[in-house]
Design a protein around this ligand. Structure first.
Ligand SMILES: [Cu+2]
Length: 70
């Protein structure tokens, strides 16, 4: 199991949190998603044999948020 914290820009309210949570949860291999609106962080636990960080970041961008490259 992989544990990652992703910095996400553009989330402003509970609706954004829900959008990101649902989008990431919809990916195969995701075990847990937690969005911290104040810290602009998405914490995710996932099965690295089924999904990777790039796929998760792409999904977050797809639903309208920014994931600064690091
Ligand atoms: Cu919002």
């Amino acid at each position: 199991m992989e544990h990652q914290v992703i910095q996400v820009e553009g989330m402003t309210c509970g609706h954004c949190v829900e959008t990101v949570t649902k989008a990431v949860n919809g990916l195969k291999g995701i075990r847990q998603v937690n969005v911290d609106l104040d810290k602009k962080r998405v914490t995710v636990d996932y099965d690295e044999s089924q999904v990777d960080l790039n796929t998760i970041s792409s999904k977050i961008k797809e639903v309208g948020f920014e994931v600064p490259a690091n």
